[in-house]
Design a protein around this ligand. Structure first.
Ligand SMILES: NC(=O)c1ccc[n+]([C@@H]2O[C@H](COP(=O)([O-])OP(=O)(O)OC[C@H]3O[C@@H](n4cnc5c(N)ncnc54)[C@H](O)[C@@H]3O)[C@@H](O)[C@H]2O)c1
Length: 360
């Protein structure tokens, strides 16, 4: 596969650096991709996943690292975008030596890339990685880390939803609205709490009986439906996808009853073009990477020495960013997903350019 060709395109200036790392003894095979350091060191998590092929792993890390550059730019962070994948089944090959070998490769980049948790990696793993490198976030509270990032992810999604509500109905509140939450995991649970506190009525679904038992016990006023199909075709004002990616596709969009979509799940649009389908149906979609940036804001704060209140304040600003994107989308006659990309690219270009002013 030609890495450099695959990163060229009208929408991309290509990645700055892609590093293949191997340690045969531990079985480590990792790829670290740095899309951009225009705004600062690249930050993005490490996905530990049994990809079928190396090409699949490479494709994922290139995509994800580009996404992180846009997410970090719009989160107002002085951080660029990067991501790493470890290729293999974490259940089988994840060991202390493997994670520490990986940590040494992260260290070798000398601060151009900061890592964090992602699918297949956890706080305890980052504590091990941190024994070999300074450039790691998402550590445990005992090690100066921020702990569970879903707390501020949910808070940020709620702020994005408030901005979307203001844009659609004139007031920044979900009071009196009916919100459908698909996925009552770490983020969905916190989000449900914020919505109820705000005066919304919530209808929810999950494939896990445990998650449903939790909601019945913690919030008996929440209506539970059988599956996501039943949720999106029920009488809801807002749809909050909080489970897996690809929630908005050619089948779900035409069936949607909600006029607003704001949720935590990454990569909600199944393919490019769905944002236009949503806009054509009059559905306001707040881009996932804008509203779910609370988690990265939380872990990024560790670099300064974690302070929850400071991080929460930053996550609260997702309200202003979402509002600005929706305004820009209207002004420029484009879907919010396009407006968000433009705003992120503008910040990367304008702020990134300042480094050309020589200091000595
Ligand atoms: N945790 C974070 O800080 C964070 C940050 C940014 C984005 N996200 C994204 O938000 C989403 C949720 O993250 P999380 O940390 O809550 O994950 P999680 O694994 O804790 O929760 C996901 C929930 O979705 C449920 N689910 C899976 N398939 C489903 C289906 N088909 N229908 C309904 N429910 C289904 C699962 O049973 C689970 O309860 C993910 O897409 C994640 O990538 C999370």
């Amino acid at each position: 596969m030609d890495v450099f060709a695959s990163t060229d395109g009208p929408e991309s200036d290509g990645h700055e650096q892609v590093v293949f790392c191997q340690d045969k003894q531990t079985g480590l095979k990792a790829i670290i991709a740095i899309y951009s350091t225009a705004l600062g060191p690249a930050l993005g998590g490490t996905r530990f996943y049994p990809y079928a092929t190396e090409a699949e792993a490479l494709h994922d890390v290139l995509d994800l690292s580009r996404g992180m550059a846009y997410k970090n730019a719009l989160a107002g962070l002085d951080l660029g975008g990067g991501k790493a994948v470890i290729w293999g089944d974490p259940e089988r090959i994840k060991t202390e030596p493997l994670l520490r070998a990986y940590g040494r490769f992260v260290e070798s980049l000398n601060g151009r890339y900061y890592t964090a948790c992602d699918v297949g990696t956890y706080v305890a793993d980052m504590d091990l990685v941190a024994r070999e490198t300074r450039f790691v976030t998402g550590r445990s509270v005992e090690h100066g880390g921020a702990g569970d990032s879903s707390v501020l992810t949910a808070w940020g999604v709620f702020q994005g939803m408030r901005a979307a509500a203001e844009h659609t109905w004139g007031a920044p509140t979900l009071a009196g609205r009916r919100v459908g939450v698909s996925g009552l995991g770490k983020v969905g649970k916190h989000l449900t709490g914020h919505l109820i506190d705000d005066g919304a009525s919530v209808v929810a679904t999950d494939v896990s009986e445990r998650a449903l038992a939790w909601v019945r016990q913690a919030h008996p006023q929440v209506d539970v439906v059988a599956d996501t199909q039943a949720l999106i075709t029920s009488d809801i004002d807002v749809y909050a996808p909080c489970a897996l990616g690809g929630a908005l596709d050619d089948d779900t969009v035409p069936a949607l009853r909600a006029s607003v979509v704001v949720g935590a799940a990454n990569n909600q649009l199944a393919h490019p073009g769905i944002e236009k389908l949503l806009a054509d149906r009059g559905v306001l979609y707040a881009p996932d990477y804008v509203v779910n940036a609370g988690g990265v804001i939380q872990v990024a704060d560790e670099i300064e020495g974690f302070n929850f209140e400071r991080a929460k304040l930053r996550a609260t600003r997702i309200f202003d960013t979402t509002r600005e994107i929706l305004r820009l989308a209207d002004a420029e006659g484009v879907p919010p997903a396009v407006a968000a990309d433009r705003l992120a690219e503008r910040r990367m270009a304008e702020v990134g350019r300042l480094r050309t002013i020589h200091l000595r």
